[in-house]
Design a binder for this molecule. Sequence first.
Ligand SMILES: Nc1ncnc2c1ncn2[C@@H]1O[C@H](COP(=O)(O)OP(=O)(O)OP(=O)(O)O)[C@@H](O)[C@H]1O
Ligand SMILES: [Mg+2]
Length: 288
Amino acid sequence: MIEDQASSLRRMNQSRLIKVIAVTGGKGGVGKTNVTLNTAISMAQQGKRVMVLDADLGLANVDVLLGLRVVKNLSHVLSGECTLDEVLVEGPHGIKIAPATSGSQSMTELTPTEHAGLIRAFSELRSQIDVLIVDTAAGISDMVLSFSRASQDILVVVCDEPTSLTDAYALIKILNKEHGVFRFKIVANMVRNMREGQELFNKLTKVTDRFLDVALELVATVPFDENIRKSVRKQKAIVEAYPTSPAAIAIKKLAQQAAGWSVPSQPGGHLEFFLEQLVAKKAVGDIR
Ligand SMILES: Nc1ncnc2c1ncn2[C@@H]1O[C@H](COP(=O)(O)OP(=O)(O)OP(=O)(O)O)[C@@H](O)[C@H]1O
Ligand SMILES: [Mg+2]
């Protein structure tokens, strides 16, 4: 036990700080994958080394959006069939994409061997990336909660639909009440203008202020933009296909801002900490 702790501390001291952002939202189809990918590519364009963890493989997500062929995923790494390097797929601007698993197995249900394998596999990567962005699935599964609570920043994507707001509220509530998370960054997506984005944010904070002890910040207002659909059809990201379109500009601004979000120096800023939180059965206090 003491041995374990000592080696874990040694690993931490050797590791570099890394920013980990989860993109979530509760409801399906609100724009999580588009926000993830475009933020990732924009940060890469700004010179960051970015990895996207596609935690929602298979259904029109990162791989499909970019027309990438994904053969293996993290479950093959966990079972020892291949190395993490063999699973990574390269996307635009050198972003690395790590396909997670399409199943709904919770990360908290990994066997000790899988757990150790995951930590080992990612630890090898720590010198190669500055930012890890996790694209989560719709809904409020254990998997979504694990990824969110393990990240330093949680982006909650909402759009102007009652179910988007109620689902985002439900997600925020459970992360707050059961996992001790209290800071959330909101992205208002598919709105007509800045004012509508602010109104959407106000609707959400009206309920969270009343019932929860959380701090919400509106970090981006992304307009409804036909070019997103056009780029999806081209299997390209909008920041590449239509870089001067309104949605691309909004997401580039978000990426610039995200680059400035602080990374806690000890211990939450380390990749190992993210992974240990990810597989922990319970949140170990609030790290944000
Ligand atoms: N700002 C926008 N303007 C116009 N269309 C958008 C915008 N954002 C997303 N879309 C469209 O909405 C649809 C859903 O987007 P996306 O796949 O990113 O959502 P998601 O939240 O990841 O969905 P899922 O929950 O299924 O993973 C896509 O067809 C996409 O083209
Ligand atoms: Mg998606």
